[in-house]
Design a protein around this ligand. Structure first.
Ligand code: BGC
Length: 724
């Protein structure tokens, strides 16, 4: 039953609550409601009633909760009882760039813009919970879901996730930050038990979730599928009761990942609040309401009635769920939403243009917009939809500008030719094409097209099919699929004036790097992708994106892979995070391994210089902040933005330390020939490490080194400071 329309009783209960954290007015209302609910009604609130909703209490006018994926746009309507699309005609949305692209902007203001825009769309679509953003840390380039996350660094992910959530929630729509936690591979995600040191857990994998809770005040969180300490993360005593609810004071709702609950008693006692997606056979099952069979449904009810679980356990969950309903569905203060507005499309375009990373440029880019050259565009990703596919982040966009269309729109004087070059042999949803193209023929045509052009733009990369950038499975190789490496070599032989545009959410091997003149990491850029890519290629926008994760030269250079199979992917029962805290650049730096492209790296069409680096003092007390200042000069001929990055390291430490860790950054726009003073603050408390014996954060006294640069491998200045 849809009880959204029961307006009279709804009005009685709804009030004009603010979006702030725990609100006394809401708490008083909940105190009034709780004793009026029967045990059955309370249990019903704790589990799904359909694929993407959980029930309210119609008798009291308490509305249902409606949820939607997340995190790059509001997903199309799904059937009541199965994963099929409902086929509505009014649910097409703005597709925003994937979160890797957002992270690559290094711009928290854009993250806020992204969050508010997607929140407005969710509100318009009458959703109460948006299932995103994802902040699982990028541990291996093989993880099929990296494109949905914010990179390998906890400081970057924490800084970007907070404004995203605030932007969403100001619309009276809850963010559901996911997947808490350690869901860093898709292979065996449903059961693998992650063994990780307490330090790595607290220093690397938890901080972005902690920031979501403690800095953004996120209203809901999604448990991960995998296990930790031999307990499923969706009902995990340590993660949910101890860390999330007790230590961080989370007052929102823990929602399972779809099908992530496995046991009634554990779900009851170990921190879960709402169970979703346990199975999908609401219609095909023999019982009237299959959802009654969920772990947190009838079996939970029985346990309470039989006294096996105390009713107070149920009440605690219901209090949280009612709080969520008051913050969202019953929030009369929330603004009206909007869909597919120009402002949203501009946000999508701005995030895309600011996130695209120029990796190599041997004077091939920018290619002037008014050129009359012959431009050959080659590669399947120039025309393929990459908004579709990828699993739950699959979107139905109102429109999608492909790279080829974007290039054609941009270069009106040039002669544009196109050849596919290779075929992945499958559609966006993995169906194998009926008429499988002859790969040799495709290559032959591409070489001919390349030969006859002045410049070649190869638009390749991964796509969102199984074993690529896609939920449910990991990649099987670090190299580009579909023979693209060999095709790039061959094209470069017939036309060395070639630039590569990589459309992917993951690092890939670039063995052909010396044979091409330029490379651009163009992510999955949403429905404005083609315009954004073309404008960066043409220099209408000067690239300013920075890599949110390292590109190893070869897979074994990556920390997780260098420790062998037990470290990735594990033995299907366990996986051991043997690299500990040395994830991403922390590993490359400390082991002195040169990556192909480093974390924080990205070129521009202008040149920047960082000078006059200084700190406000040489000695600090623990409650102080370091104020780092520098001058950023744009010494080139084009306006542009640069990201000043501050890393801090501790040489003589009682514990193992990475050489340096990102502690702050600022993206600054500087017109050509001008300079800007930049100030970045790093609280001394951010220099703490997690002491495993103490089971708490600890600050070490002594000397620290502050590194200031524009990439983790391009440091302009090192300064020593002392903490007392
Ligand atoms: C995914 C979640 C998603 C949920 C609902 C799961 O398979 O892991 O990220 O939100 O499905 O679609």
């Amino acid at each position: 039953m849809n009880i959204r329309k029961i307006s009279l009783s709804l009005l009685l209960l709804s009030t004009t609550f603010s979006f702030a954290q725990t609100n006394p007015e809401i708490e008083n209302k909940i105190d009034e409601i709780l004793p009026q609910l029967t045990i059955k009604e309370k249990v019903a609130l704790c589990h799904a009633q359909s694929k993407f909703s959980s029930p309210g209490v119609s008798r009291l006018g308490i509305p249902e909760i409606w949820m939607a994926d997340g995190p790059h746009g509001v997903r199309a309507e799904i059937n009541w009882d199965n994963w099929g699309y409902a086929g509505w005609t009014n649910d097409a949305i703005t597709a925003f760039p994937a979160l890797t692209c957002l992270a690559a902007t290094f711009d928290p203001d854009l993250a806020y813009q992204y969050g508010s825009s997607i929140g407005e769309e969710a509100r318009y679509r009458e959703k109460d919970v948006l299932l995103g953003p994802g902040v699982n840390i990028y541990r291996t380039p093989l993880n099929g879901r990296n494109f949905e996350y914010m990179g390998e660094d906890p400081c970057l992910a924490s800084t970007m996730v907070v404004p995203y959530i605030k932007g969403v929630q100001k619309n009276g729509v809850a963010s559901c930050v996911k997947h808490y936690v350690l869901n860093n591979q898709e292979l065996w995600r449903g059961h693998i038990n992650v063994e990780v040191s307490d330090r790595a857990l607290h220093e690397i994998y938890l901080p972005a979730f902690r920031a979501a809770v403690m800095k953004a005040g996120v209203w809901s969180i999604m448990g991960a599928y995998n296990q930790y300490h031999g307990q499923f993360c969706c009902h995990n005593d340590t993660l949910l009761n101890k860390i999330l609810k007790e230590d961080w004071g989370f007052d929102g709702v823990v929602i399972t990942d779809w099908g992530g609950a496995h046991d009634t008693k554990q779900a009851a006692l170990y921190g879960l609040d709402i169970e979703m997606g346990s199975w999908t056979n609401g219609l095909t099952s023999s019982v009237d309401l299959a959802y009654d069979n969920y772990y947190l449904a009838t079996p939970f009810y029985d346990m309470i009635i039989e006294g096996e679980v105390d009713e107070s356990v149920l009440d605690e969950k219901v209090r949280r769920i009612l709080r969520l309903i008051f913050r969202t569905a019953m929030n009369l203060d929330k603004p009206w939403g909007s869909l597919n507005t120009e402002a949203h499309q501009k946000t999508a375009y701005d995030v895309a243009t600011n996130g695209i990373v120029l990796l190599k440029n041997d004077s091939i880019f920018p290619i002037a917009r008014d050129t009359d050259m012959k431009i050959a565009v080659i590669g399947e990703n120039a025309t393929r939809s990459v908004i579709l596919g990828g699993g739950s982040s699959d979107l139905k966009a109102q429109y999608e500008i492909s790279p080829l269309v974007g290039i054609k729109n941009c270069y009106t004087n040039a002669a544009i030719t196109y050849a596919m070059g290779y075929s992945s042999g499958s559609s966006a949803y993995g169906c194998v094409n009926e008429a499988k193209e002859d790969q040799n023929k495709l290559l032959e045509v591409a070489l001919e097209t390349a030969k006859n052009a002045d410049v070649v733009l190869f638009v390749g990369g991964l796509n969102k099919n199984n074993h690529q950038d896609c939920e449910g499975a990991d990649r099987t190789s670090y190299n580009l699929p579909f023979n693209q490496d060999s095709i790039i070599y061959k094209i470069a032989q017939v036309n060395p004036n070639i630039g590569v545009v990589l459309v992917s959410g993951n690092a890939v091997a670039t063995p052909w790097i010396d044979n091409v003149r330029g490379v651009m990491q163009a992510w999955y850029c949403g429905n404005e992708a083609g315009h954004a890519i073309a404008d960066v290629v043409a220099g209408v926008v000067n690239p300013s994106g920075k890599l949110p994760f390292s590109f190893p030269i070869k897979l074994e250079d990556n920390a997780a892979h260098s420790f062998g199979k037990m470290s990735y992917p594990g033995d299907s029962i366990n996986v051991e995070y043997k690299e500990g805290i040395f994830v991403g650049y922390r590993w490359f730096d400390t082991q002195k391994i040169k990556p192909a492209f480093a974390f924080g790296y990205g070129l521009s069409y202008t040149q920047f210089e960082i000078s006059d680096v200084a700190v406000n003092r040489k000695e600090y007390l623990r409650e102080d902040s370091i104020e780092i200042s520098c001058t950023l000069s744009n010494t080139g001929a084009v306006d542009g933005a640069e990201v000043v990055q501050v890393y801090v390291g501790k040489s003589k430490s009682k514990v193992e330390r990475a050489l340096k860790e990102l502690k702050g950054f600022k993206k600054v726009f500087v017109p050509a020939g001008q300079q800007q003073n930049v100030k970045i603050k790093v609280p001394i408390s951010d220099l703490k490490y997690y002491d495993e014996d103490l089971a708490d954060w600890k600050l070490e006294d002594g000397k620290y080194v502050v590194y200031v640069g524009n990439s983790s491998d391009n440091i302009s200045e090192k300064l020593s400071i002392k903490v007392d």
